[in-house]
Design a protein around this ligand. Sequence first.
Ligand code: GLC
Length: 411
Amino acid sequence: MKLQTLMRAMLTASAVGLALPAFADTELKIYISSQHQPQVWRKVLDQYETKTPGTKVTIETGGNTSEAQAQYLNTIMSAKDASLDVLILDVIRPAQFATAGWTTAFTDKDMSVYLPAYAEANTVDGKVVALPAFADSMFLYYRKDLLDKYGVTPPKTWAELKAAAKKITEGEGNPDLQGLSFQGKAIEGAVCTFLLPYWSQGKTLVSNGKLDFDREAAEKSLALWKSFVDEGISKKNIAEVATDDTRKEFQAGNVVFAVNWSYAWAQSQGQESAVAGKVGVERLPAVEGGEQATCLGGWEFGVSAYSKSQEEAKKLVEYLSSKDVSKFMAINGSLLPTYADLYNDADVTKAAPWFADARQVVETAKPRPVTPRYNEVSEVIRTTVNAVLAGVTTPEDGAAQIESRLRRILR
Ligand code: GLC
């Protein structure tokens, strides 16, 4: 084709809005969990592309739960696959990925700008192995309109929650209205399900890398969750419920109380929500006589050791973990900020008023045990929680099984 003809063709193509062949110097691919607002991250990436001419970033998503995503990434990284440049990782995983040699370290990064828990989770053996994407912890979502209607205040204990749920569901007489939705499926979230009432009794699981298990407290935790099913407050198939199922059923208006992470807020206020404007978010209840406890969550961006564009990928991650982006994601995706002062930012609290009180919750949230064998620890806990809720194991046997299996792992 003659140059003139080519130019004419290109002009015509752009005039009618057809896509021109991509002339990007750098093409990056980023893996983002499908549950954590990829459509909002896309807007951030569009801004990045505008600011960084010559760079094109595409998103890959997959797996709707933390361990499904981890499994996928384990396969990709074990195969030394170079197709992904940037990986989003659950807060429990940067250490594992760095130890496996799957991520490359950032040099000269001042981690003191972030909330301390995330500076810590991303620093392994003195090296910064990933940068924070967003903070997270578990909260109690509730139907403000229904609590108001029945003169009920947000419960401070699980016993109060039971009483409130019974009062409201009986009063409403709607067989589709569930009192409490939580995660009973054998997913990563079920580890936190177990730990909430366990921690609330003042117990720890691992101290100094050694198992520090209280069987009685464990049994009490499992029995509490099972009692929600047995008393008809949670639905019979709670053992099949994953995090995003809770989000969906709450958003559809079929749940009074729900245990969930911050991301669920944005969608509960969205156009497709049946409960927009009717939602409250509070700290999770405590067991009777115990303390209110929650699970530390959050996600981090790491650069794949197999990426062929190390410098460009790092530049992108620096941008994605910047304060501006943290603020944008808080406002548009209700992902909790990793910068302390954003919790009181007027634009942020306008979009999510409860974020004003969330910083203290995140700062006092408890991390899941830090051990190189975390995957096995997680497996033991989540499968047992699931078996108890499915009625296959009793809380007593479940607690004994967790103890003996964890004892073998954490010798
Ligand atoms: C949320 C948390 C993450 C946790 C997961 C469990 O995404 O941010 O840390 O492991 O939920 O389902």
